[in-house]
Ligand binder design. Structure first.
Ligand code: SF4
Length: 404
């Protein structure tokens, strides 16, 4: 980014580079068509840059303010702690400006930990069972939006932090973000899936005004410009630091939940725990292996044979692996609790903020669901564990006996 704030005849003059000018143009073109705007904010680098820049442009009169502006902060309950803390501070800054900010969370039973450890649904993976983004981000966002839209007539313009860089724009390629390095999980879904969500279909338009920004534009804005009083004095430098400070430009880390089972590497978490100020969070590194372990056959049930579905047809995948056993869920719960306790014992010793990935309400609900012997839909709990040797049954009903 080449912009340089300059002092011009004693008064401060704001200078914007081409990337910001293009953002401004797209906001000026599409913004006035809508009276009500919303900003989908995950606390990650792209959506934080989007949020703070749009508000700055309104603050300095470059952008006509909408009739209403609502910021929707997506809180998965698994946010990386430095990002969660930066988000808290930015929310205070939004409140001081009188901007409405809603914290959007999944209902208790649908939250990541409760769904896995209480209900017994296996941790998500990239292949067969990718339920998390929709459940902990998109559906709660759609519900919050629906409630907000119902407060006024007409549509809402939802501004997202989707960013693809220049080459992708040339290729007209917008991906779903979740599986891509450098992207914020969920942003692409906000752009592509949200407009068609039940209850709000036809009532939202989406705009990604930083679509063309390169990652270096993002770092410059978050680290250098946004924190300056004349650009808003935002608490965004901590976000860039959380991605690796001066090396952040090189790293281009993907953000999402701590210990995300779908990311190939825990890059953002690795970067954070490598910093002395956050090294006490190292036990969080055990989350990803925990999710992997819980997916293993000895921790799950399996259908013994052909499965008859409600409509009378036969399921395509006989002997599929299913939910977590109660023992596995309790083991998972104890592991998560001990990870949190270890982090917090060190946090207290060092005078650092406490980690909160599993609160007492969530723990109680998990124990309640286990005590009530809850199984996901389609499972009774009397199925064998998935490591039980059994004949192989094929979709056409043919059987290959087990040879012992
Ligand atoms: S970051 Fe990972 S765990 Fe979190 S919603 Fe996205 S894919 Fe799921």
């Amino acid at each position: 980014m080449t912009m340089q704030p300059t002092l011009f005849e004693g008064s401060k003059r704001l200078v914007y580079d081409d990337a910001i000018e293009l953002t401004l143009q797209s906001m000026q073109a599409y913004g006035p068509e809508h009276e009500n705007w919303g900003i989908a904010w995950s606390g990650g680098k792209d959506s934080s840059a989007t949020l703070t820049l749009i508000i700055h442009l309104i603050d300095v009169g470059k952008l006509k303010p909408p009739k209403s502006l609502t910021v929707f902060y997506a809180d998965t309950r698994l946010e990386l702690p430095p990002l969660a803390i930066a988000a808290e501070r930015i929310m205070e800054q939004l409140a001081a400006r009188g901007i409405r900010c809603e914290v959007v969370r999944a209902p208790l039973d649908k939250r990541f930990m409760v769904y896995i450890l209480g209900r017994g649904v296996p941790p998500p993976n990239n292949n067969t069972l990718r339920w998390c983004t929709r459940q902990i981000k998109i559906d709660p966002m759609a519900a919050a939006l629906e409630a907000r839209i119902n407060e006024f007539d007409g549509k809402i313009l939802m501004i997202t932090g989707v960013r693809e860089g220049e080459s992708a724009i040339r290729d007209k390629r917008i991906t779903m973000s979740c599986g891509k390095d450098g992207a914020e999980c969920g942003q692409g879904w906000y752009q592509e899936v949200l407009p068609n969500a039940k209850g709000i279909r036809g009532r939202i338009a989406t705009l990604a005004p930083l679509l063309h920004w390169r990652v270096c534009n993002i770092w410059d804005w978050l680290r250098i410009y946004a924190p300056m009083i004349e650009y808003g004095g935002w608490f965004t430098a901590a976000i860039a630091d959380a991605y690796g400070g001066d090396e952040a430009e090189e790293k281009n880390a993907r953000t999402g939940c701590a210990g995300c089972p779908l990311a190939s590497k825990d890059m953002a978490l690795d970067t954070i725990v490598a910093m002395p100020a956050w090294s006490h969070l190292a036990p969080l590194k055990r989350l990803k292996p925990l999710w992997r372990k819980l997916r293993e056959p000895e921790n799950r049930l399996r259908k013994a044979g052909l499965e008859r579905l409600k409509n009378g047809s036969v399921a395509a995948n006989p002997q599929r692996m299913g939910p977590l056993t109660f023992e596995a869920r309790l083991m998972g719960l104890e592991t998560v609790l001990s990870i949190q306790a270890e982090c917090n014992a060190e946090a207290i010793r060092l005078g650092r903020p406490l980690l909160d990935i599993l609160n007492p309400e969530e723990e109680e609900r998990i124990r309640e669901l286990i005590a009530a012997e809850t199984w996901p839909q389609g499972w009774d709990g009397d199925e064998p564990t998935a490591d039980t040797p059994m004949d192989t049954i094929f979709a056409d009903g043919s059987v290959q006996p087990l040879f012992l």
